[in-house]
Design a binder for this molecule. Structure first.
Ligand code: NDP
Ligand code: 8X3
Length: 255
């Protein structure tokens, strides 16, 4: 029997790669994001290449009203969500606190913490009612360490670690699995967003070493999902071989 997975932030990077991998592994998909053309293109690819059913939800996860409408208006049969992957998130800006841009902070806090909580608040009761479900929160090495100029982004990912623990405690008696997946550097649109479209700055992040790719994290998520009923991967930290501490890279000089 196919299962239903809801993936937030499926228009690019980790969310998109996870959608494609899960479509090949018995999941029907509810895919969310703000960029509707990218969502539509992904649906077309998935439905051409697999048997997966796909529903698209085009909304901004920072808006409680939009998030409520998206989930509450799902057809009843699609409300039997087995897996929620809280992936939508971003870093914006790279600065000290004393020089920080408050609008950037609000975008990160509203997306990475509040948005994750909004959708979890709406989906988790559906899981609790059925006494089954698995929530995977995408955290980061930034949820375990704080690095220079990462202040607020790191704080949001530390919050993700904390709410993951809270969800696990709160839904323990209901049999809901809760996990976090914490990647090191993954080459996605992440740095382009952080550096506000500056392609040169973004590509510098991944120069001189082999980063993770979105597919590496998708495979990790599938591993976490495919453990037997009695096994929950609490948290999994996945790093590029060339990255140790969050800012400690084995970089080759490039000219
Ligand atoms: P991408 O920028 O490629 O993808 C981010 C996704 O989040 C997009 O689909 C984007 O969709 C969605 N998103 C962002 N803001 C919103 C919003 N307000 N409402 C709805 N969707 C939103 O980056 P990644 O794939 O790398 O990031 C995915 C997750 O992984 C994030 O939580 C990130 O913090 C985390 N992570 C990334 C790492 C990396 O090095 N890349 C390492 C560790 C963790 P759209 O713009 O269409 O709305
Ligand atoms: C995203 C990767 O290096 O900014 O979480 O922590 S990093």
């Amino acid at each position: 029997m196919r299962k239903i997975a809801l993936i937030t932030g499926a228009t690019s990077g980790i969310g998109k790669a996870t959608a494609i991998l899960l479509s090949q592994n018995g999941y029907d998909l509810i895919l969310t994001g703000r960029r509707d053309k990218k969502l539509a293109a992904l649906k077309e690819k998935i439905t051409q290449e697999s048997d997966a059913g796909v529903i698209l939800l085009n909304f901004d996860i920072r808006s409680l009203d939009e998030t409520k409408a998206a989930i509450n208006n799902l057809p009843n049969e699609w409300k039997a969500i087995d897996v929620l992957i809280n992936n939508a998130g971003l870093a914006v800006g790279f600065n000290t606190v004393q020089d920080g841009n408050i609008d950037d902070w609000e975008r990160m806090i509203d997306t990475n913490i509040k948005g994750l909580l909004y959708i979890t608040r709406l989906v988790s009761p559906l899981m609790v009612k059925r006494k089954r479900g698995h929530i995977i929160n995408i955290s980061s090495i930034a949820g375990k360490e704080t690095y220079p100029f990462g202040n607020v982004y790191c704080a949001t990912k530390h919050a993700v670690q904390s709410v993951t623990k809270g969800m696990r405690i709160d839904m323990l008696k209901d049999g809901i699995k809760v996990s976090s997946v914490s990647p090191g550097a993954v080459n996605t649109e992440f740095s382009l967003v952080r550096f506000k479209g500056n392609k040169e700055k973004a590509s510098q992040v991944y120069n001189g070493f082999t980063p993770l790719f979105a597919e590496d994290i998708a495979e990790t998520i599938l591993f976490v999902l495919s453990r037997p009923r009695h096994v929950t991967i609490d948290d999994i930290l996945v790093m590029p071989t060339d990255q140790a501490f969050s800012r400690d890279f084995n970089k080759q000089e490039t000219n």
